[in-house]
Design a binder for this molecule. Structure first.
Ligand code: CDP
Ligand code: CDP
Length: 210
């Protein structure tokens, strides 16, 4: 069983994907962390995010970066969104995502293009969203908890510019798959969002649903 969870920044897709993985006893992959790990390499090397060539070189040796606290910082978020427009970067990260989705027993993956590119045949597909204001508030709270405080207006602008870039790129843009179900978490707390996600997935998995 494969569950695809897509959505814009801070929509709650990671929280939901982890809850689904727990509920259905499936392994989970946060695919955004791969793009962030590439961005972190580039940032550390002082590489140019405007160069596809340099970004592709930064796709090596990602494992050590995946647990790095800097992965969630705003500069890394920004670079991740810039390098993720490059087809060669997406290609370099494609295989490990497809292999993860294809493993025996299934998987939950969250990102931007899971339902459209990585696992178009997924058994259940959620498109998680929330208003930009709610998402910015969540990200501000999250950054504060990680001792990386950010100003609300700056965080909101960063989110909006990242949304525009992620939705507007030519290769694998952020878009709702035709057969994905929308889950708007703007007015849901974490517990409510998790419960609703499980309900929607069970509905899609049931013979009458989907
Ligand atoms: O947590 P948040 O939603 O802010 O970001 P993320 O999921 O960690 O992804 C960081 C960046 O990686 C996004 O802004 C996208 O540009 C890119 N990304 C992508 O292009 N495709 C994916 N499947 C996942 C992330
Ligand atoms: O993965 P994505 O960037 O879409 O979002 P996330 O990491 O799941 O959630 C971003 C932040 O919002 C986390 O601190 C969550 O605890 C919080 N959140 C929330 O307050 N209410 C929700 N319904 C979902 C997430």
């Amino acid at each position: 069983m494969v569950i695809a969870v897509d959505g814009p920044a801070a929509s709650g897709k990671g929280t939901i994907a982890r809850a689904l993985a727990m509920h259905f006893d499936l392994p989970h992959m946060d695919t955004g962390a791969l793009y962030r790990a590439v961005a972190l390499n580039l940032w550390r090397w002082g590489g140019d995010p405007g160069s596809e060539f340099e970004a592709v070189r930064a796709c090596e040796d990602l494992a050590a970066n995946l647990d790095d606290p800097e992965l969630r910082s705003e500069p890394v978020s920004e670079i991740a969104s810039r390098i993720s427009v490059y087809p060669a970067v997406r290609e370099a990260l494609l295989r490990r995502q497809r292999d993860f989705a294809a493993q025996d027993g299934g998987a939950v993956l969250d990102g931007r293009d899971i339902a459209t590119v990585i696992a178009p045949d997924a058994d259940a597909k959620l498109f998680v969203t929330a208003s930009a204001e709610v998402r910015a508030q969540r990200r501000v709270r999250e950054l504060l908890e990680r001792d990386m405080p950010g100003h609300y207006d700056d965080v909101l602008n960063d989110l909006l510019s990242r949304d525009r870039r992620d939705s507007g790129r030519d290769t694998a843009p952020l878009t709702k798959a035709a057969d994905a179900v929308v889950l708007d978490t703007s007015n849901l707390d974490v517990d409510q969002a998790r419960a609703e996600a499980i309900r929607l997935v069970e509905q899609q998995l049931s013979p009458a649903g989907g």
